[in-house]
Design a protein around this ligand. Structure first.
Ligand SMILES: *Cc1c(COP(=O)(O)O)cnc(C)c1O
Length: 385
Protein backbone atom coordinates (compact mmCIF):
# COMPACT_ATOMS: atom_id res chain seq x y z
CA UNK A 1 0.00 0.00 0.00
CA UNK A 2 1.37 3.39 -0.87
CA UNK A 3 0.19 6.45 0.94
CA UNK A 4 -0.47 9.90 -0.28
CA UNK A 5 0.42 12.14 2.65
CA UNK A 6 -1.62 15.07 1.44
CA UNK A 7 -4.87 13.43 0.56
CA UNK A 8 -7.93 12.81 2.69
CA UNK A 9 -8.71 9.82 0.48
CA UNK A 10 -7.29 8.35 -2.70
CA UNK A 11 -7.27 5.50 -5.19
CA UNK A 12 -4.05 3.55 -5.35
CA UNK A 13 -3.34 1.93 -8.74
CA UNK A 14 -0.74 -0.82 -9.13
CA UNK A 15 0.91 -0.58 -12.51
CA UNK A 16 2.68 -3.93 -12.07
CA UNK A 17 -0.65 -5.68 -11.54
CA UNK A 18 -2.15 -3.99 -14.60
CA UNK A 19 0.76 -5.28 -16.68
CA UNK A 20 0.56 -8.78 -15.22
CA UNK A 21 -3.14 -8.95 -16.04
CA UNK A 22 -2.45 -7.73 -19.58
CA UNK A 23 0.22 -10.39 -20.06
CA UNK A 24 -2.13 -13.07 -18.80
CA UNK A 25 -4.57 -12.09 -21.52
CA UNK A 26 -1.76 -12.35 -24.07
CA UNK A 27 -0.79 -15.77 -22.69
CA UNK A 28 -4.37 -16.99 -22.88
CA UNK A 29 -4.92 -16.01 -26.51
CA UNK A 30 -1.42 -16.51 -27.90
CA UNK A 31 0.96 -14.17 -29.69
CA UNK A 32 -0.90 -14.22 -33.03
CA UNK A 33 -3.90 -12.42 -31.58
CA UNK A 34 -3.91 -8.65 -31.23
CA UNK A 35 -5.10 -7.04 -28.02
CA UNK A 36 -7.44 -4.06 -28.06
CA UNK A 37 -7.54 -2.96 -24.42
CA UNK A 38 -10.81 -1.19 -23.69
CA UNK A 39 -9.94 2.13 -22.08
CA UNK A 40 -13.41 3.67 -22.22
CA UNK A 41 -14.82 5.59 -19.26
CA UNK A 42 -11.37 6.85 -18.27
CA UNK A 43 -10.04 3.28 -18.40
CA UNK A 44 -12.77 2.11 -16.03
CA UNK A 45 -12.00 5.01 -13.73
CA UNK A 46 -8.25 4.39 -13.35
CA UNK A 47 -7.22 7.24 -15.65
CA UNK A 48 -7.11 6.69 -19.40
CA UNK A 49 -3.84 8.47 -20.13
CA UNK A 50 -2.08 6.76 -17.23
CA UNK A 51 -3.30 3.31 -18.28
CA UNK A 52 -2.40 3.87 -21.92
CA UNK A 53 1.11 5.04 -20.97
CA UNK A 54 1.67 1.76 -19.10
CA UNK A 55 0.22 -0.43 -21.88
CA UNK A 56 1.91 1.28 -24.85
CA UNK A 57 5.21 -0.60 -24.38
CA UNK A 58 3.28 -3.90 -24.61
CA UNK A 59 2.49 -2.98 -28.21
CA UNK A 60 -1.30 -3.51 -28.19
CA UNK A 61 -3.11 -3.76 -31.52
CA UNK A 62 -4.97 -0.57 -30.62
CA UNK A 63 -7.16 0.97 -27.93
CA UNK A 64 -10.91 0.67 -27.60
CA UNK A 65 -13.18 3.51 -26.46
CA UNK A 66 -16.92 4.08 -26.40
CA UNK A 67 -17.09 7.82 -27.13
CA UNK A 68 -15.58 9.94 -29.86
CA UNK A 69 -14.39 12.42 -27.22
CA UNK A 70 -12.43 9.62 -25.56
CA UNK A 71 -10.71 8.82 -28.83
CA UNK A 72 -9.90 12.49 -29.38
CA UNK A 73 -8.39 12.56 -25.89
CA UNK A 74 -6.13 9.64 -26.81
CA UNK A 75 -4.94 11.50 -29.91
CA UNK A 76 -4.28 14.60 -27.79
CA UNK A 77 -2.22 12.39 -25.47
CA UNK A 78 -0.11 11.42 -28.47
CA UNK A 79 -1.48 7.94 -29.16
CA UNK A 80 -0.79 7.08 -32.79
CA UNK A 81 -1.94 3.48 -32.92
CA UNK A 82 -5.46 2.33 -33.85
CA UNK A 83 -8.33 3.71 -31.81
CA UNK A 84 -11.68 1.98 -32.22
CA UNK A 85 -14.97 3.50 -31.06
CA UNK A 86 -16.83 0.34 -30.03
CA UNK A 87 -20.25 1.98 -29.65
CA UNK A 88 -22.61 3.48 -32.20
CA UNK A 89 -21.41 6.97 -33.13
CA UNK A 90 -23.93 9.82 -32.72
CA UNK A 91 -24.76 11.42 -36.10
CA UNK A 92 -23.26 14.76 -35.08
CA UNK A 93 -19.85 13.30 -34.18
CA UNK A 94 -18.93 11.43 -37.33
CA UNK A 95 -16.77 14.17 -38.82
CA UNK A 96 -14.91 14.76 -35.56
CA UNK A 97 -14.23 11.03 -35.39
CA UNK A 98 -12.82 10.94 -38.90
CA UNK A 99 -10.70 14.02 -38.27
CA UNK A 100 -9.18 12.28 -35.25
CA UNK A 101 -8.55 9.17 -37.35
CA UNK A 102 -10.79 7.00 -35.17
CA UNK A 103 -12.13 3.70 -36.46
CA UNK A 104 -15.90 3.53 -36.19
CA UNK A 105 -18.32 0.79 -35.35
CA UNK A 106 -21.22 0.47 -37.81
CA UNK A 107 -24.59 -0.86 -36.66
CA UNK A 108 -26.88 0.21 -39.46
CA UNK A 109 -26.90 1.08 -43.15
CA UNK A 110 -28.00 4.60 -42.19
CA UNK A 111 -24.80 5.04 -40.18
CA UNK A 112 -22.74 3.52 -42.96
CA UNK A 113 -24.17 6.06 -45.37
CA UNK A 114 -23.59 8.93 -42.93
CA UNK A 115 -19.98 7.86 -42.45
CA UNK A 116 -19.47 7.50 -46.20
CA UNK A 117 -20.83 11.01 -46.79
CA UNK A 118 -18.69 12.49 -44.03
CA UNK A 119 -15.63 10.78 -45.48
CA UNK A 120 -16.36 12.25 -48.92
CA UNK A 121 -17.00 15.71 -47.46
CA UNK A 122 -13.75 15.70 -45.52
CA UNK A 123 -11.83 13.91 -48.26
CA UNK A 124 -10.88 11.04 -45.99
CA UNK A 125 -11.22 7.28 -45.90
CA UNK A 126 -13.31 6.02 -43.02
CA UNK A 127 -12.08 2.84 -41.32
CA UNK A 128 -14.98 0.83 -39.98
CA UNK A 129 -15.87 -2.29 -38.04
CA UNK A 130 -19.05 -4.19 -38.78
CA UNK A 131 -20.98 -4.70 -35.54
CA UNK A 132 -23.15 -7.83 -35.64
CA UNK A 133 -25.85 -8.34 -33.03
CA UNK A 134 -25.93 -11.96 -31.91
CA UNK A 135 -28.09 -11.51 -28.83
CA UNK A 136 -26.84 -8.46 -26.96
CA UNK A 137 -29.47 -6.40 -28.72
CA UNK A 138 -28.12 -2.95 -27.96
CA UNK A 139 -26.28 -2.38 -31.25
CA UNK A 140 -25.23 -4.12 -34.43
CA UNK A 141 -26.84 -5.63 -37.51
CA UNK A 142 -29.22 -8.45 -36.67
CA UNK A 143 -27.59 -11.83 -37.46
CA UNK A 144 -30.96 -13.23 -38.55
CA UNK A 145 -31.45 -10.83 -41.43
CA UNK A 146 -27.95 -10.96 -42.88
CA UNK A 147 -29.23 -11.10 -46.47
CA UNK A 148 -31.10 -7.85 -45.95
CA UNK A 149 -28.04 -5.79 -45.05
CA UNK A 150 -24.79 -7.60 -45.96
CA UNK A 151 -24.92 -6.92 -49.73
CA UNK A 152 -25.41 -3.19 -49.10
CA UNK A 153 -22.59 -3.19 -46.55
CA UNK A 154 -20.28 -4.92 -49.00
CA UNK A 155 -21.23 -2.43 -51.71
CA UNK A 156 -19.95 0.56 -49.71
CA UNK A 157 -17.78 2.91 -51.72
CA UNK A 158 -14.00 3.14 -51.50
CA UNK A 159 -14.45 5.97 -49.03
CA UNK A 160 -15.07 3.23 -46.50
CA UNK A 161 -12.37 0.74 -45.57
CA UNK A 162 -13.80 -2.31 -43.87
CA UNK A 163 -11.24 -3.19 -41.18
CA UNK A 164 -13.00 -5.57 -38.86
CA UNK A 165 -16.12 -7.53 -38.04
CA UNK A 166 -17.22 -8.20 -34.49
CA UNK A 167 -19.90 -9.16 -32.05
CA UNK A 168 -20.21 -8.65 -28.31
CA UNK A 169 -20.84 -11.42 -25.76
CA UNK A 170 -23.58 -10.97 -23.18
CA UNK A 171 -22.94 -13.78 -20.67
CA UNK A 172 -19.36 -15.01 -20.99
CA UNK A 173 -18.89 -14.50 -17.24
CA UNK A 174 -21.69 -16.98 -16.60
CA UNK A 175 -21.55 -19.83 -19.08
CA UNK A 176 -19.95 -21.29 -22.15
CA UNK A 177 -23.18 -22.33 -23.87
CA UNK A 178 -24.21 -18.76 -24.53
CA UNK A 179 -20.77 -17.95 -25.94
CA UNK A 180 -20.94 -20.93 -28.28
CA UNK A 181 -24.44 -19.92 -29.39
CA UNK A 182 -23.39 -16.34 -30.10
CA UNK A 183 -20.32 -17.58 -31.99
CA UNK A 184 -22.57 -19.83 -34.10
CA UNK A 185 -24.75 -16.91 -35.05
CA UNK A 186 -21.76 -14.71 -35.80
CA UNK A 187 -19.94 -17.31 -37.87
CA UNK A 188 -23.15 -17.75 -39.86
CA UNK A 189 -22.78 -14.10 -40.86
CA UNK A 190 -19.05 -14.49 -41.57
CA UNK A 191 -19.75 -17.42 -43.86
CA UNK A 192 -21.96 -15.23 -46.03
CA UNK A 193 -19.29 -12.62 -46.62
CA UNK A 194 -17.67 -12.34 -49.98
CA UNK A 195 -14.16 -13.47 -49.08
CA UNK A 196 -12.77 -12.54 -52.46
CA UNK A 197 -13.28 -8.83 -51.83
CA UNK A 198 -13.22 -8.59 -48.05
CA UNK A 199 -10.73 -9.85 -45.54
CA UNK A 200 -11.72 -8.35 -42.25
CA UNK A 201 -10.27 -8.88 -38.81
CA UNK A 202 -12.62 -10.81 -36.59
CA UNK A 203 -13.00 -9.95 -32.90
CA UNK A 204 -15.41 -11.38 -30.37
CA UNK A 205 -13.91 -11.89 -26.92
CA UNK A 206 -14.21 -9.58 -23.92
CA UNK A 207 -12.30 -10.42 -20.73
CA UNK A 208 -14.64 -13.20 -19.65
CA UNK A 209 -14.68 -14.62 -23.18
CA UNK A 210 -10.88 -14.79 -23.28
CA UNK A 211 -10.85 -17.23 -20.38
CA UNK A 212 -14.12 -18.98 -21.19
CA UNK A 213 -13.32 -19.83 -24.84
CA UNK A 214 -9.80 -18.73 -25.84
CA UNK A 215 -10.19 -20.73 -29.07
CA UNK A 216 -12.41 -17.90 -30.33
CA UNK A 217 -9.63 -15.33 -29.94
CA UNK A 218 -9.32 -14.92 -33.74
CA UNK A 219 -7.54 -11.74 -34.90
CA UNK A 220 -8.18 -9.43 -31.97
CA UNK A 221 -9.61 -9.56 -28.41
CA UNK A 222 -11.17 -6.69 -26.48
CA UNK A 223 -10.46 -7.10 -22.75
CA UNK A 224 -11.45 -4.53 -20.18
CA UNK A 225 -12.34 -5.44 -16.62
CA UNK A 226 -9.76 -8.21 -16.15
CA UNK A 227 -6.96 -5.73 -16.86
CA UNK A 228 -8.26 -3.52 -14.07
CA UNK A 229 -8.63 -6.29 -11.51
CA UNK A 230 -12.31 -7.24 -11.82
CA UNK A 231 -13.24 -10.93 -11.66
CA UNK A 232 -14.62 -12.56 -14.83
CA UNK A 233 -16.64 -15.41 -13.31
CA UNK A 234 -16.59 -17.51 -10.15
CA UNK A 235 -15.04 -20.48 -11.98
CA UNK A 236 -12.44 -18.45 -13.88
CA UNK A 237 -8.88 -17.30 -13.08
CA UNK A 238 -8.76 -14.26 -10.81
CA UNK A 239 -6.91 -11.14 -11.92
CA UNK A 240 -4.30 -9.48 -9.75
CA UNK A 241 -5.91 -6.68 -7.74
CA UNK A 242 -5.04 -3.36 -9.39
CA UNK A 243 -7.05 -0.80 -7.46
CA UNK A 244 -7.27 -0.11 -3.76
CA UNK A 245 -9.20 2.68 -2.07
CA UNK A 246 -7.98 4.45 1.04
CA UNK A 247 -9.11 7.18 3.39
CA UNK A 248 -7.76 8.93 6.47
CA UNK A 249 -9.18 8.60 9.92
CA UNK A 250 -10.09 12.22 10.70
CA UNK A 251 -11.93 11.82 13.99
CA UNK A 252 -12.19 9.22 16.73
CA UNK A 253 -14.53 9.11 19.69
CA UNK A 254 -15.98 7.02 22.46
CA UNK A 255 -19.63 6.21 21.86
CA UNK A 256 -21.40 5.33 25.12
CA UNK A 257 -24.51 3.17 24.85
CA UNK A 258 -27.28 4.93 22.99
CA UNK A 259 -25.12 7.30 20.93
CA UNK A 260 -26.95 7.82 17.64
CA UNK A 261 -25.20 8.01 14.32
CA UNK A 262 -25.71 9.60 10.94
CA UNK A 263 -28.63 10.72 8.81
CA UNK A 264 -31.80 9.03 9.87
CA UNK A 265 -29.96 7.72 12.97
CA UNK A 266 -30.08 4.23 11.52
CA UNK A 267 -27.44 3.14 14.05
CA UNK A 268 -26.98 3.60 17.77
CA UNK A 269 -24.26 2.10 19.95
CA UNK A 270 -25.49 -0.92 21.89
CA UNK A 271 -22.87 -0.64 24.63
CA UNK A 272 -19.65 1.31 25.04
CA UNK A 273 -18.14 1.51 21.57
CA UNK A 274 -15.35 3.37 19.88
CA UNK A 275 -15.92 4.96 16.48
CA UNK A 276 -13.69 6.40 13.79
CA UNK A 277 -14.76 8.83 11.09
CA UNK A 278 -13.14 8.26 7.69
CA UNK A 279 -12.77 11.08 5.18
CA UNK A 280 -14.52 9.34 2.32
CA UNK A 281 -18.19 9.19 1.37
CA UNK A 282 -20.57 8.65 -1.48
CA UNK A 283 -19.33 11.90 -3.02
CA UNK A 284 -16.09 10.00 -3.62
CA UNK A 285 -17.87 7.04 -5.11
CA UNK A 286 -18.11 4.84 -2.03
CA UNK A 287 -21.53 3.24 -2.57
CA UNK A 288 -24.05 4.57 -0.08
CA UNK A 289 -25.58 1.11 0.04
CA UNK A 290 -22.58 -0.05 2.12
CA UNK A 291 -23.99 1.82 5.11
CA UNK A 292 -24.52 -0.67 7.98
CA UNK A 293 -23.22 -3.43 5.66
CA UNK A 294 -19.66 -2.84 4.46
CA UNK A 295 -16.28 -2.76 6.16
CA UNK A 296 -13.03 -0.86 6.23
CA UNK A 297 -9.66 -2.30 7.20
CA UNK A 298 -7.88 -0.51 10.04
CA UNK A 299 -4.80 -1.88 11.71
CA UNK A 300 -5.29 -5.02 9.63
CA UNK A 301 -8.73 -5.61 11.17
CA UNK A 302 -12.17 -5.45 9.60
CA UNK A 303 -14.10 -2.57 11.11
CA UNK A 304 -17.82 -2.53 10.25
CA UNK A 305 -19.26 0.52 8.53
CA UNK A 306 -22.01 1.78 10.81
CA UNK A 307 -24.86 4.16 10.05
CA UNK A 308 -25.54 5.75 6.70
CA UNK A 309 -22.63 6.82 4.55
CA UNK A 310 -22.56 10.61 4.14
CA UNK A 311 -21.36 12.53 1.10
CA UNK A 312 -17.96 13.22 2.64
CA UNK A 313 -17.47 10.86 5.57
CA UNK A 314 -18.12 7.32 6.71
CA UNK A 315 -18.06 6.04 10.28
CA UNK A 316 -16.69 2.66 11.34
CA UNK A 317 -16.82 0.79 14.63
CA UNK A 318 -13.24 0.42 15.90
CA UNK A 319 -14.11 -1.15 19.25
CA UNK A 320 -11.85 -4.10 18.27
CA UNK A 321 -8.96 -1.77 17.32
CA UNK A 322 -9.28 1.07 19.83
CA UNK A 323 -5.68 2.19 19.24
CA UNK A 324 -6.66 3.58 15.83
CA UNK A 325 -5.79 7.28 15.73
CA UNK A 326 -6.52 10.33 13.63
CA UNK A 327 -4.29 10.31 10.55
CA UNK A 328 -4.29 6.51 10.24
CA UNK A 329 -5.12 5.07 6.83
CA UNK A 330 -8.22 2.96 6.32
CA UNK A 331 -8.61 0.62 3.35
CA UNK A 332 -12.09 0.42 1.84
CA UNK A 333 -11.03 -1.79 -1.06
CA UNK A 334 -7.72 -3.66 -0.90
CA UNK A 335 -5.66 -5.42 1.75
CA UNK A 336 -3.93 -4.73 5.03
CA UNK A 337 -1.73 -7.59 6.21
CA UNK A 338 -3.77 -10.77 5.89
CA UNK A 339 -7.12 -8.97 5.68
CA UNK A 340 -8.65 -8.36 2.29
CA UNK A 341 -11.72 -6.52 1.05
CA UNK A 342 -11.85 -7.31 -2.63
CA UNK A 343 -13.32 -5.13 -5.35
CA UNK A 344 -15.82 -7.86 -6.19
CA UNK A 345 -16.81 -8.31 -2.55
CA UNK A 346 -17.67 -4.61 -2.37
CA UNK A 347 -19.54 -4.81 -5.66
CA UNK A 348 -21.53 -7.79 -4.41
CA UNK A 349 -22.42 -6.07 -1.13
CA UNK A 350 -23.50 -2.98 -3.06
CA UNK A 351 -25.56 -5.22 -5.36
CA UNK A 352 -23.70 -4.10 -8.44
CA UNK A 353 -20.66 -5.08 -10.50
CA UNK A 354 -16.98 -4.21 -10.22
CA UNK A 355 -17.32 -2.05 -13.36
CA UNK A 356 -19.77 0.27 -11.66
CA UNK A 357 -17.68 0.53 -8.51
CA UNK A 358 -14.55 1.46 -10.50
CA UNK A 359 -16.23 3.90 -12.87
CA UNK A 360 -18.12 5.39 -9.93
CA UNK A 361 -14.95 6.51 -8.11
CA UNK A 362 -15.17 10.25 -8.57
CA UNK A 363 -12.45 12.72 -9.65
CA UNK A 364 -12.36 13.88 -6.05
CA UNK A 365 -10.10 10.90 -5.33
CA UNK A 366 -6.59 11.38 -6.69
CA UNK A 367 -5.27 8.32 -8.51
CA UNK A 368 -1.90 7.46 -7.03
CA UNK A 369 0.15 5.12 -9.20
CA UNK A 370 2.90 2.89 -7.98
CA UNK A 371 5.18 1.05 -10.31
CA UNK A 372 6.47 -2.18 -8.83
CA UNK A 373 7.78 -2.09 -5.28
CA UNK A 374 8.84 1.51 -5.80
CA UNK A 375 6.10 3.72 -4.62
CA UNK A 376 5.76 6.80 -6.78
CA UNK A 377 3.25 9.42 -7.55
CA UNK A 378 2.36 9.55 -11.20
CA UNK A 379 2.74 12.64 -13.27
CA UNK A 380 -0.95 12.41 -13.94
CA UNK A 381 -3.06 15.50 -13.77
CA UNK A 382 -5.26 13.45 -11.45
CA UNK A 383 -2.65 13.08 -8.80
CA UNK A 384 -2.43 16.60 -7.46
CA UNK A 385 -4.61 17.55 -4.58
C1 LIG B 1 -16.62 -2.66 -22.67
C2 LIG B 1 -16.51 -3.57 -23.84
C3 LIG B 1 -15.59 -4.64 -23.83
C4 LIG B 1 -14.79 -5.03 -22.60
O1 LIG B 1 -15.57 -5.84 -21.77
P1 LIG B 1 -15.00 -6.42 -20.39
O2 LIG B 1 -16.12 -7.23 -19.86
O3 LIG B 1 -14.69 -5.23 -19.53
O4 LIG B 1 -13.79 -7.21 -20.71
C5 LIG B 1 -15.44 -5.35 -25.01
N1 LIG B 1 -16.16 -5.07 -26.11
C6 LIG B 1 -17.06 -4.07 -26.13
C7 LIG B 1 -17.84 -3.83 -27.38
C8 LIG B 1 -17.28 -3.30 -25.00
O5 LIG B 1 -18.20 -2.33 -25.03
Amino acid sequence: MSTNPEARAWVHVRADALLRNYRRIVEAVGPETGVLPMVKADAYGLGMEDVVARLEPEDPWGFGVAAVAEGVRLRTAGVTRRVVVCSPVPPGEVEAALEADLQLSISSLRTLQRVEEAARRTDRTAEVHLDVDTGMGRSGFDWRSVDAWLPAFEAASERVRWVGSYTHLHSADEDQTSVARQWDRFSGVLSRMDVSTRSTLVHVLNSAGVFRMPSLAKAVVRPGIFLYGGAVGDDQPAPDPVVSVHARVVHTRDAPAGTTLGYGTTYASAGDERWATLSIGYGDGLPRSLGNRGHALLGGVRAPIIGRISMDVTVVDISDVPEVAEGDVATLIGSQGQSVISLDEVAGLAETISYEILTGLTPRLPRVWSDGSRSAKSKSRNTSS
